[in-house]
Ligand binder design. Sequence first.
Ligand code: CDP
Ligand code: MG
Length: 893
Amino acid sequence: EEEESESSVESKPEEAPAPERVEAAAGTATAHLPPAPPGAGDQSPVPSGPPSTPAPPSAPPTAASTLARPPVKPAVFIPVNRSPEMQEERLKLPILSEEQVIMEAVAEHPIVIVCGETGSGKTTQVPQFLYEAGYSSDNSIIGVTEPRRVAAVAMSQRVAKEMNLSQRVVSYQIRYEGNVTEETRIKFMTDGVLLKEIQKDFLLRKYKVVIIDEAHERSVYTDILIGLLSRIVCLREKRHLPLKLLIMSATLRVEDFTQNQRLFAQPPLVIKVESRQFPVTVHFNKRTPLEDYSGECFRKVCKIHRALPAGGILVFLTGQAEVHALCRRLRRAFPLAKPRPPDKDDQEDSVEEMRKFKKSRVRARKTQTRTLPLINLDSYSVLPVGEADEDREAEMDEEEEALGSDLDLDLGDDEADRGEQPDASLPLHVLPLYSLLAPERQAQVFQPPPEGTRLCVVATNVAETSLTIPGIKYVVDCGKVKKRHYDRVTGVSSFRVTWVSQASADQRAGRAGRTEPGHCYRLYSSAVFGDFEKFPPPEITRRPVEDLILQMKALNIEKVINFPFPTPPSVEALIAAEELLIALGALEAPPKTERVKQLQRSRLSCPITALGRTMATFPVAPRYAKMLALSRQHGCLPYAITIVAAMTVRELFEELDRPAASDEELTKLKGRRARVAQMKRIWAGQGASRKLGDLMVLLGAVGSCEYAGCSPQFCEANGLRYKAIMEIRRLRGQLTTAVNAVCPEAGLFVDPKMQPPSESQVTYLRQIVTAGLGDHLARRVQSEDLLDDKWKNAYKTPLLDDPVFIHPSSVLFKELPEFVVYQEIVETTKMYMKGVSTVEVQWIPVLLPSYCQFDKPLEEPPPTYCPEKGRVLCHRASVFYRVGWPLPAVQVD
Ligand code: CDP
Ligand code: MG
């Protein structure tokens, strides 16, 4: 038995409720909305009028605000016709007894924070309280933001059902879709959607109340929204159009909001909702399984299911791929129905499709022109503000999205299961739950499991606080979470699996004690738990901020450094972001002389350019947005969109470098590696296209996969990850929509089976990529510079002192071009550049002037490309980087 039984503790997931229920002093009351006592007025309208009594006896005493005061405003009450069953269920929720307190607080304060355990009813009930109290009268809307799409959709459905209203009235809007109508009164949306609405109407006039839900998640967009809304509330006050802001959090840790003078001059009122939480016994493992936590989860679920009394099981894993893999294993072990035979392998067909693609490319190459002009850096589309419909989505969801593409446990999973025999015990009703699951399938977790089965939900941390699944008695917590990790040195983010915080682990445990006493099995030791961070750091401190800064500048917030962030990003992060955006041309450069010192301090206030506004409408990182903005020329858009989509979706190729368990597997792996390497060479092509390097491989892989109808068999045969291919397809569609919004005359449509680019188009694409990845330029160390052997075949980048190398998986690994741009640097045994593409030296002063030092002012005459001479005309350009480049300068002309 690997449990550390001695460390089993009766733990309440959150600290015991503080005795005081209302923490900030109530301000002077001016209005008093009618209390809607729990359960009252559900069947018949309650006559509106001043409440003569304070809170119902069940409601606890509150701060000064409950003292009966004459109402100033005529009271409103919008009746809701709920079903008796629904009403009965609602009455069980702890938040119902706080309705009076919350509504009075909202009436009297512009900003209120509601804290309460997950499952206490905040998300589903508070919008209903506000609706009944008339906050959606006069055609205004109650807005609720969620950091995750899955919550926005599920909650709108739930609330509509509880209120017996259609989804035309209680609606949702997320990045890809929504069902908002003229009649919408309660609108659930992702925080990214509201941010976009602020760009269109800064005062958010159509809302009387905005609820920021799940504020404890501290997602970047939530933080920014709170900062913006703190100002919008003041502006609305001045215009006598008061806006109420409610911030809802599952933890009590709200000092970043309440103790932040710059954010809220007056600390907002904090209301704590007490929850009925049953005790949860926490069992730690004796050892911490470091590698195979997924397998450990499997064994634990089997044990619980075979030995322990009825009650749902909730498993926390880190990503979509893992969730699916575990679901499959569990279904195989405890089947509900007969398993499906595996699909037939039709590799042969896909190889044929590949040949077709290759042939068509050769044809295209024969017909192309042989000119080699330069792209025009000033030719980009400029969008009038507020016209793009595309919504920037919550970072949270991007994470979820990338989860599938990141860590795929599907392989090898079958091997592990070979010994598992289907079990004779009770069938297990296994359901996956993660952010991007189709809404119908998400909704399944709220349904009672079929008769005679036990519910087992395998979830990512979306089940930690956003969604409460009924009937869970056992929680299995792997203790890990997948998070985007930002490397300060290379500026590259990646997804990493790390330990959760103590607060998150306790939240997860708490899911077991919703309806009766429960158990939480932690697959790690109590010693390891003791080393966890107390709370997860806010997202904004963990990631690069250039995309945020661009969004904020698009909102005309110029002095980003003065923005009331709940937790500000570091000044270095802000400066790095601003510098990159200036170099990309998204922000106006400050006058040269002031650059160095003053930029460091208060002058982080460069205004956005027209190009920057266009870039801000594309839902990708600024480097990639720049590429899109430049690609309108020469028919490059479809290709640039595909390359950007493929670069955004990480790891198109399967990981084949993994260690093999047996000789047989090793032979198999070697064969596949060779095949993939061969395909990469084919996709990279010859001549110009080969110089586009790994990005040409991406283009070729996606193109030929589309030719082959994107079959899973084609992907499997060629080492492509099917899920990545599907994501790229979706992202291409989305980016095409975004580009069409910027320049409708382009009239782009998604043609998955695009023709291969011509040779000159490939050259333009190389230039476009150079312009976007300008800060990721690397130059091969020349033989005369060789300091010692460690620099052999090495490259030098401006940011790193150490040598970097082209990754062996790159098609340019052996070619060693002099100048390259790279997508990212990964560190394994050495620092390797991935996603490499070659750069012609003469492009550098033209395409990347901001990275060059010129010995005469750049303006007169600007560097130009002279087709007759086939080279760039400019002054002697001491090309390189102002950051300091220890190699001899390159002379151009
Ligand atoms: O927001 P908070 O975590 O405080 O709670 P909530 O999401 O409003 O959930 C309140 C209750 O409604 C929980 O007990 C959920 O299980 C239940 N619920 C449900 O049964 N079906 C849904 N689709 C959503 C919530
Ligand atoms: Mg909630």
